[in-house]
Ligand binder design. Sequence first.
Ligand SMILES: Nc1ncnc2c1ncn2[C@@H]1O[C@H](COP(=O)(O)OP(=O)(O)OP(=O)(O)O)[C@@H](O)[C@H]1O
Ligand SMILES: [Mg+2]
Length: 340
Amino acid sequence: MLSPAGVPGMTLAIETSGLTKTYNRRTRALDGVDLQVWPGEVFAFLGPNGSGKTTLMRILTTQFRPTSGEARAFGTDVVRRGSEVRRMIGYVPQETSVWLDITGRENLLIYSKVYAVPKDRRKGSIEDAIQAMGLEEVADRMVNTYSGGTIRRLEIAAALLVKPKILFLDEPTIGLDPSARKAVWESLTAFKGECGTTVFFNTHYMDEADHYSDEIAIINRGRIVKSGTARELKRSLNGEILRFSRNHKQEHYQTHGQNGFDEYAVKKVRELDLVRDAAVSGSLLEVYVDDGERALPLVVEALWSEGVTFDRISTARPTLDDVFLRYAGSCRSGRGGDGG
Ligand SMILES: Nc1ncnc2c1ncn2[C@@H]1O[C@H](COP(=O)(O)OP(=O)(O)OP(=O)(O)O)[C@@H](O)[C@H]1O
Ligand SMILES: [Mg+2]
């Protein structure tokens, strides 16, 4: 299916169907991944450690073969026509991928040869990449004098030498401080605005997915458990979260298990008509509701009728962290299941 329904003639930037990957006949890293990424989108791929993010990226960038299923980049099969795919993509791995004991410009020269940029275009491509990632002032300094954020921008610059149609970034800002993360994303956003490149990135940072992506998918144990825009994902948690917190010293805490909220009382809360879901996390009870004002008195009454007291109530709109915990966290439970 190269032309999705409703958009005749539009070829997806990335499309996978039924993609699986099993390592050593034992570890099922991907378990039937169906994914669609539109051209020009910034696509964020979220998931806990070991959920399969890097594995998927390695398949899409032709480094690994899938065990079964299909994947295409702009309609080109990543297994059968790998060399064509490699010519249209840039890739920045999770690990450091530049040499530290030479300058940034020398790194880019080496990469331009590795990527077979024609000799007469090398200088221009290197200058463009330096400019795109804002490296003009540091390009002739040794990389071992760069900050972590600047190294990351150099790595991205190397991936831009081939003027890729799709840029793959595996955890582009891991370990960077907030201002370095911001600098990386500002460069990427400016470059993206100019070139319209499709950007596919893996991350653990919910705020980056929230701020910089057009579309998000959450993977858990090799399966995509939720996808949509940040707004859609947050809305999928329906309305508001009522948070009840307990004082650890209360007598009830001593008699009702380690988290201080009686499971039977939580079950009763979940069963209320106005309640979508409820989850206990430590000494906190979170209740997902459509309409906080209407639901609050009923939830309070249900808790009191079970003898459950609490000392603080607050309300909040769901954040992407809540969405992640709901669909890929391990300690949540409730009516909707954890999706994994
Ligand atoms: N080369 C490999 N050989 C065997 N098992 C592997 C290999 N690479 C990954 N795995 C396993 O496959 C699963 C998925 O790993 P993967 O690296 O894709 O996860 P990830 O989501 O990128 O994790 P992280 O957030 O920690 O980077 C894990 O159980 C991992 O141990
Ligand atoms: Mg990874």
